[in-house]
Design a protein around this ligand. Structure first.
Ligand code: T4K
Length: 391
């Protein structure tokens, strides 16, 4: 544990870690169970196109999400596209800008227009009142995001969508196995989409899933996922190839077997960060509401430069010198990315996007590592706010 500025690698000392502690390092479950599933798939000679492992994965995901249907996909981006296309959305789709580019891309790739909405200044969740002000004659849907696994205001958005006859979807890439108001994330709006990318706390190498209670939407998405083919090789819809293959499903099932352990581990890390960062001026760890079930996957810290004495990018550099590889998730907001920048200003999004970073967690990071990382931030903060430094 480092205690004084001279011990920081940024000042020439040895780094705190000899190997990197990175955001996004995969959680890997029981390898023997994974290899057994892979061997079974090879023995069966059935590797994709709705195999038994993909079907089992769908059933288990639907059970956790509390939904009637689950359509597993090759990734969440394709899942979002299927959700929008299968439900016949046209025109404009209101999306938050403070998200990974995939949310906006899924909309734009379908020829729909993303309309960027501002967010709550603390939680980063889509602001229903700003969304309301963006609704116009061309609005077809709202696509909210449970950013960093903190649920968007599901009920308010459901009311808003119902009031205006809009489709409502949730990009739940970060929020698998979480609850919102005690209700599992998954049953909100017309449907929700999870990501099981390698960087997610439950991963299938690459993968995603659309969950919904709407039988028609599920059936259309299921067909569109497989080239629009209905029974007997009859093509009925324009389709994608967005299927989850059996190797991915084997990994997904093996990850699910260890899900509770991953959550417990992430939660310990969260508490180590929380204790280590408590009371630091200008450094705010985004809290989880512990009345809910959380996956504790994204450890998000906001750096207020005026109070901390340094900015987010300086902190990322100080940490990188210690072999701690944080990420500026999500910066800039999508509305300021090249394909979308049109001069729109979103003050809360822009401030958060300049202040937030994700800290490493997951099973490759121990609670002792998290305490060490928090200690580095504490030393850096002390250095930055001492009068000598300020002069
Ligand atoms: N909606 C939201 C809100 C999302 O955050 C995402 C994806 C999506 C939709 C779309 O979901 P998918 O279509 O991907 O299912 C990564 C992931 O690729 C992306 O899935 C994720 N969000 C996003 C937040 O993070 P990058 O470009 O930051 O990835 P990259 O390659 O820089 O890796 C991130 C970190 O993870 C690095 O520190 C390295 C580490 N890593 C990564 C991989 C792949 C590993 O240690 N091992 C690995 O195998 O996007």
């Amino acid at each position: 544990m480092k205690h004084v500025p001279e011990e920081l690698a940024a000042f020439g000392a040895a780094p705190a870690f000899s190997t990197p502690r990175s955001v996004g390092r995969p959680n890997i479950g029981d390898r023997a169970a994974l290899f057994a599933r892979l061997n079974a798939a090879l023995d069966r000679g059935w590797l994709s196109n709705g195999g038994p492992l993909a079907e089992e994965f769908e059933q288990r995901v639907a059970a956790i999400a509390g939904t009637r249907f689950c359509v597993a996909t090759c990734n969440a981006t394709a899942g979002l596209q299927l959700a929008l296309r299968a439900s016949g959305v046209t025109g404009e789709v209101i999306v938050p800008s403070l998200t990974f580019a995939a949310t906006a891309h899924a909309v734009a790739w379908l020829g729909l227009t993303p309309v960027f909405c501002d967010v709550d200044p603390v939680t980063g969740a889509l602001d229903p009142e700003h969304a309301r002000s963006l609704i116009g004659p061309r609005t077809g849907a709202i696509l909210a995001v449970h950013v960093w696994g903190r649920p968007a205001p599901v009920r308010e958005l459901e009311e808003l969508a119902a009031e205006h006859g809009l489709r409502l979807f949730f990009d739940a890439a970060h929020a698998f196995a979480c609850t919102s108001g005690g209700r599992p994330v998954g049953g909100g709006g017309d449907g929700e989409v999870f990501s099981f990318h390698s960087t997610k706390f439950v991963n299938s190498f690459e993968g995603g899933a659309l969950v919904t209670d709407d039988p028609e939407l599920a059936e259309r998405a299921r067909r569109m996922r497989n080239f629009g083919i209905a029974e007997a090789e009859r093509v009925e819809l324009v389709g994608l190839n967005a299927k989850l293959n059996e190797a991915a499903a084997a990994m997904g099932l093996t990850s699910l077997d260890s899900m509770d352990r991953f959550i417990a581990h992430n939660r310990e890390n969260y508490h180590a960060y929380r204790a280590g960062l408590a009371g630091l001026p200008g450094i705010t760890l985004l809290e989880f509401d512990e009345r809910e079930r959380n996956n504790y996957q994204y450890m998000i810290v906001a750096v207020d430069e005026r109070r901390a004495g340094f900015d987010r990018d300086t902190l990322l550099a100080i940490l990188a010198a210690e072999n701690v590889l944080g990420r500026a998730y999500f910066s800039p907001g999508c509305h300021q990315m090249l394909p979308y920048a049109d001069g729109t200003r979103l003050p809360h999004t822009e401030r958060l996007a300049s202040q937030v970073l994700a800290l490493p967690t997951g099973i490759a990071v121990s609670a002792a590592d998290a305490a060490t990382i928090a200690g580095i931030i504490r030393v850096a903060a002390r250095q930055a706010t001492t009068p000598a430094h300020a002069a």
